[in-house]
Design a protein around this ligand. Sequence first.
Ligand code: TRP
Length: 454
Amino acid sequence: MGNRENFGSRRAVIYAMAGSAIGLGNIWRFPYMAGEHGGAVFVISYIVATLLVSLPVFIAEVTIGRRSRTSSYTAMRRLDPAHKAWRWAGLLSIFIPMVILCYYSVIGGWSLFYLFKACAFDFVGTSPEAAESLFGNFISSTWTPVGMHLVFLAVCAWVVARGVKSGIERFSKLTIPSLFILVVLMIAYSLSLPGASQGVRYLWHPDLSALNVKTFVYAMGQSFFSLSLGMGAIITYGSYVKSEENLVVSSAGTAIFDLMFALLAGMAIMPAIFAAGIKPGVGPGLIFQGIPFIFSSLGTRLPVVSSITAILFFLAVVVAAMTSVISLIEVGVAFLGERFGVARPKACTLIFLICGAVGVLCSLSFGPLSGFTLVGKNLFDLFDWFASNVLLLLMSFIVVIFVGFFMKKEDVWDELTNGGRKTLNAKLFNIIYFLIKWVAPVCVLSIFVTNFIL
Ligand code: TRP
């Protein structure tokens, strides 16, 4: 335990955590969720959920990680050996990332396909209708999306098997800032399109009639998903955080960075969606229909700039998705290695085979298997809903209850204030502790329950 590696600096901590957090959740999931759940009311619920609930959960997870200095599977048991039941929480934190991996990789495959399309200059001069039918034909076909999903997952599994994580991390240090710049440039362009202001209105002027419990459930699920909460990832990262590090500042930094990134992505996409006359509630395909429109309309004016930007954009999306998928696979690999002594390459192959196969079903649920629905959701939506709105809420609830009621208050105080040395945190401690112990569990539980009753 003594020679566990640690992150070198605060920047490195925020970077690593933000690297895990920033992914398709911000670029793909947030805009389409906002589009499906009433625009501004969703955005506001999401901001409130992030600051009031997700941030405390985040701090709780880092606390568990740093205090236990072990993986998410054993973390809670080590801190509270008296209760054997924490083992199930440990198992849940391994199971959830695997569920998410299955369908996340399908979207990774879509991004890969769009990267190829961008490289073939296919977006120059396409009309919104053409972009829409390109997407519709693509996802409802059988082989191409399945193939893309498998290629994407195989590459990620291969990277994890080889352990060339450091290469990917260096690469993502380059792509995340580039993605940031690209998104800001796209906002500028997107806002200049005719009809864009309607999109801005949709994101920022709440239509209170659209507000209901579902909005909150989905906003909270989105917020957990986007911050990689409830999946063992942040607990594991927390175990690498140096003991001198300020947990509260690093957590708040990551959460705010991630939140901003999602809002920026929304601002890049929503105005273009309205300009293109696409309905905001079309679902998971939102960015794949909206983004080509930005590039095609830019393409009629500046074809070269548009083509290059499109390639860079989708490249950055693919890499952001890859870094997230790599850490999802890593959770499973670390568990199989630690618990059953499975070697890295074998563990990667196993995960590839299982999640790949289930992912194929998710991919086909937009085409040949679209007839198979449960409560109006196809298999893909069902996975996404079950993971984000059920499993993540459940796990986050367990995490805050653990820190609030099963860890000693002095230990939590010790972690959050570094033994009293961080004076600002010491002053804020009672508020943070109250949020973790009471506000977060009550919010998560009441939303969870109402979701099932309604
Ligand atoms: N938060 C990531 C995103 O927004 C996705 C993600 C979910 C993730 N769970 C994770 C990444 C666990 C790493 C580890 O896209």
